[in-house]
Design a protein around this ligand. Structure first.
Ligand SMILES: [Zn+2]
Length: 593
């Protein structure tokens, strides 16, 4: 999710859209090809978003304006554009245009839904929020005087940015749209660590710790002083306001219920989340049943592996053994990072056998930053813009070794680095032929489905050679199958936090730390957890279909290149891509004969 900057310029833009699409005489509109109309609307949206950001920086709001009126204005714009797109028939379009249209609508619908269900009044999750996302700017690598000056302007904008978000949360609280108190027991960590006595110890001060080439000494001294002041008077001050708000207002007043069914119009909101995160029209009840089936299937595979490990005992006892035997855990942060790097390098070596096209952007392995680690998940991919001076990062959480057992590390690395998130996201950014919005787009069912599929792909790439890492992979797959059951149960069936923790801990060998942070995440982010398993099952089904149709002409590299060829897409689009591919191949084969 993103709390990113958007703003203003509305009147001009609406005018542009209207002139372009509505007030053009009807006969002229009809003569506009659907392709031109779609391309025009895509550039209108882009222009709107650029103008909003520009308006922000003129008003010295580089962190974006987040007042209620801003959300309303954006909603009106997105809704009007969406109405225009709904008038276009997909049947008449070339496939590339159809993808552009579908994905534009997908993005617009999310903006509209965020406004209609007032999700923007709830800008935090169980382990992050509007105030943690801005802390990443301390990791930016700055080189020029101008970059430093802009950075200082951003630092000075922090108190306003915080105030506006706190105001949104106040409104959310009043309407019953907030996070439950039961998942926020460690949350103070996310802001308290930024309230430091010495501004030079703040992560926001980092860019001033090393003088770049080409900035002269007197300028540098002046900028350092200004930077320090801005961190002390603006950034730390901003985080103090966040703390006061949570202590005095949010925690005492926030809800004690768990599922979003308790929000106004909660069940409709949840079905909307299911649609968004699976990109299909499947009902949440169907997802729940699918989850139960997958859990039962994977459990049988787990029992097989336990036999293979010659373990005398039950599944529960095997999991207890994995959770407690020290041989399964790293003893230092360095060891953990080395193990992860070794796996990632081995995976690099296996890529050419699985892919025809590889990205040029490299990735590195790094510990999750200390300011995030305590409440963070066990690992994550932190990508970089294609022109960035830094690589994509495979983040490993070294805060608590018990949270990151070594038997899970292969599956984790394949998911987060390559062939998982890094490979997919870097390649997408490099698809120059796509409109810009698609190069930076992320559809969860596709991206997370791909990540989970890549964990499976490890079995064909030479990983999971012992029963423990094999069990680790199954644990990871089971974890995502459990999500189908848990997400639906929490948000529509009244399951409690305790009930959910018990279910996940009994079915997987995830560490208890991870079980707890996971459940908190499902509670705070309805529907997102459904994307993984539903997306993976779709990719696997499409692979099976392709293998069956093409038989000995099936080429695994060509199949993977195809799946990655359009960047992130919805599942119905992916289905169509594969069907077209099969048809084309069969035709080529027939012509050869
Ligand atoms: Zn992922």
């Amino acid at each position: 999710m993103s709390y990113v900057v958007e703003n203003l310029g509305m009147k001009k833009l609406i005018l542009f859209v209207l002139v372009y699409c509505l007030f053009i005489p009807l006969h002229a509109q009809q003569s506009l090809s659907p392709k031109k109309l779609i391309d025009g609307i895509i550039s209108t949206i882009k222009k709107f978003q650029t103008d909003e950001t520009k308006a922000d920086s003129i008003a010295r709001h580089p962190l974006g304006s987040n007042k209620d009126a801003d959300f309303q204005r954006r909603y009106k714009f997105y809704d009007s554009v969406n109405n225009l797109l709904q008038g276009i028939s997909k049947d008449s379009l070339a496939f590339d245009d159809e993808i552009n249209l579908t994905l534009t609508q997908y993005n617009l619908e999310e903006e509209i839904s965020t406004y209609q269900y007032k999700a923007y009044l709830n800008p935090i999750l169980s382990d992050e929020g509007f105030h943690t996302s801005i802390a990443e700017m301390g990791s930016e690598i700055l080189s020029t005087k101008k970059e430093y000056e802009d950075y200082i302007i951003k630092l000075k904008d922090v108190p306003r940015y915080m105030d506006e978000n706190l105001e949104l949360m106040r409104r959310g609280l009043a309407l019953g749209i907030s996070q439950p108190r039961s998942i926020l027991y460690d949350y103070a960590n996310t802001y308290e660590q930024h309230i430091v006595n010495d501004p030079e110890k703040s992560v926001f001060y980092r860019p001033f710790l090393r003088k770049p080439f080409g900035i002269d000494d007197s300028d540098w001294e002046k900028m350092k002083t200004e930077g320090k002041q801005a961190v002390r008077d603006s950034v730390i001050e901003g985080y103090k306001r966040v703390k006061i708000f949570f202590d005095k207002e949010y925690m005492p007043k926030t809800r004690t219920t768990v599922g979003v069914s308790n929000f106004p119009d909660g069940l409709a909101y949840y079905q909307d989340r299911v649609k968004h995160y699976t990109t299909t029209d499947i009902s949440y009840e169907e997802i729940y049943q699918l989850g139960l089936q997958e859990v039962a299937r994977i459990k049988n595979e787990m029992l097989e592996v336990i036999k293979e490990a010659k373990f005398k005992g039950t599944l529960k006892q095997f999991i207890a053994y994995l959770r407690s035997d020290p041989k399964f855990y790293a003893t230092s942060a360095e060891q953990l990072l080395k193990e992860a790097s070794f796996i990632a390098k081995k995976s690099d070596g296996a890529l050419p056998s699985m892919f025809g096209k590889l990205p040029r952007q490299p990735y590195g392995v790094q510990a999750v930053p200390a300011y995030l680690a305590p409440t963070y998940t066990v690992g994550r991919y932190n990508g970089a813009p294609i022109k960035s001076k830094r690589p994509g990062w495979f983040w490993v959480n070294t805060y608590n070794f018990k949270a990151c057992p070594l038997y899970n590390l292969e599956a984790l690395a394949l998911h987060e680095s390559v062939p998982g998130h890094h490979l997919q996201i870097a390649l997408t950014q490099e698809l120059d032929s796509l409109p810009l919005f698609r190069r930076n787009m992320y559809v969860n069912a596709y991206g997370e489905g791909w990540g989970l599929y890549c964990e499976y792909l490890g079995t064909e790439m030479g990983f999971y050679k012992d029963p423990y890492t094999h069990f680790g992979r199954l644990t990871y797959e089971m974890w995502r199958a459990c999500r189908l059951v848990l997400d639906v149960a929490i948000h529509t069936k009244g399951w409690t936090r305790e009930q959910s923790v018990k279910y996940l801990s009994e079915n997987t060998a995830l560490s208890m730390h991870e079980v707890n942070t996971e459940i908190n995440r499902y509670i705070s982010w309805p529907g997102q957890a459904l994307a993984y398993k539903t997306g993976e099952m779709k990719i696997k089904a499409l692979r099976k279909l392709t293998e069956e149709k093409l038989k000995d002409k099936f080429d695994i590299r060509a199949f993977h290149d195809l799946i990655l060829s359009q960047g992130t897409v919805t599942m119905p689009i992916l289905q169509k891509m594969v069907e077209r591919f099969i048809e084309k191949k069969l035709k080529e084969e027939a012509e050869k004969k």
